[in-house]
Design a protein. Structure first.
Length: 245
C-alpha cells in the first residue's frame, strides 16, 4: 500500500474511534462551553509547540464562536525558536505568569492541549486552573500519555487534573506511518483529529445554547457579502476583552 493512502486509512480509523468512544466527552465539553458563555464567562485554549495550532483553530474564524480566548505565548510557540519552545514547555512555574496575564477566573473554561500531557507547563496550567475553580478540559492522547512518565514534580499528567478528557485516540508518538527503511514513523494524526473534536464541541455548544434560548455569537466569513459588518460588531464589542483581537 502507498504510504499516503496508509496515512488516510490511519486517520480514518482514528476518527472512527473518536466517533465510537469520545462522543460522551465531546458532549460534556460542549455543555461546559455553553454554560460558560450563557453565564458571561470565558473559554480559554492553551497549547505549546504544535498544540498551539489547536488553540488557534477555534479563534477568530468563520463559523467559530466569538468569545474564544487563545493563550498565545511566543516562547511556547514555534516561530521564534522551535527548539527553545521545547525547553520552555518543560519549565515549572511558567504557567503562573500566563494564568495571571490572562485573568483566568472561577467558572471559566480552559481547554489544555497536549498530546503527551507530561510536560511542566501544561500540567502546571491544569493544576492552577483546577485549584482556581475553572472547568479543565484536556485534549490529549491517553494511549501515549499513560505509556510515559510525567515531567511534572507532582508526578501527574494533564489528564489527571482534567474534569473532561478528550482523547484524540492516536498512537504512541503520534506519527502513524512506519518506514522500515529508516526505522522511523512519520505523519502524525493529533492535529487533524484534535481540530475535528474541537469543532464538534463548538457545534454541540451552539446547539445547546439554542436549546437553552440563547443566541450564540458566531463569526461570519469575511469573504461573503455582509460578513464584515457582522464581524465588525463583534470586534467592537470584544476588542478590549479578548486579548488577541
Amino acid at each position: 500500500m502507498k504510504k499516503h493512502i496508509e496515512y488516510f486509512d490511519n486517520l480514518s480509523r482514528v476518527l472512527d474511534e473518536i466517533r465510537e468512544k469520545q462522543l460522551d466527552s465531546i458532549g460534556k465539553a460542549a455543555e461546559a462551553f455553553a454554560v460558560a458563555l450563557e453565564n458571561g464567562r470565558n473559554i480559554f485554549l492553551f497549547g505549546t509547540g504544535h498544540s498551539h495550532m489547536l488553540a488557534e483553530e477555534l479563534f477568530y474564524r468563520a463559523g467559530g464562536l466569538v468569545k474564544i480566548q487563545p493563550v498565545f505565548e511566543e516562547d511556547l510557540m514555534l516561530h521564534i525558536s522551535a527548539s527553545k519552545s521545547t525547553e520552555f514547555e518543560r519549565l515549572e512555574g511558567y504557567a503562573d505568569k500566563l494564568f495571571s496575564d490572562y485573568s483566568m477566573k472561577e467558572n471559566d473554561v480552559i481547554v489544555i492541549i497536549s498530546n503527551s500531557g507530561r510536560n511542566g507547563v501544561c500540567v502546571d496550567m491544569a493544576q492552577l486552573a483546577k485549584e482556581n475553580g475553572l472547568t479543565v478540559i484536556a485534549l490529549t492522547n491517553l494511549n501515549h500519555s499513560k505509556s510515559m512518565s510525567s515531567r511534572h514534580p507532582s508526578g501527574k499528567k494533564l489528564y489527571e487534573f482534567a474534569d473532561i478528557v478528550l482523547d484524540n485516540m492516536g498512537c504512541v508518538g503520534d506519527a502513524s506511518v512506519y518506514f522500515p527503511e529508516i526505522n522511523k514513523n512519520a505523519a502524525p494524526t493529533s492535529t487533524s483529529a484534535g481540530a475535528a473534536m474541537l469543532n464538534a464541541v463548538v457545534a454541540g455548544c451552539i446547539e445547546k445554547m439554542l436549546e437553552d434560548g440563547f443566541e450564540p455569537e458566531v463569526f461570519s466569513s469575511s469573504n461573503v457579502d455582509g460578513g464584515d459588518a457582522v464581524n465588525e460588531a463583534y470586534l467592537n464589542k470584544y476588542r478590549d476583552i479578548i486579548k488577541s483581537l
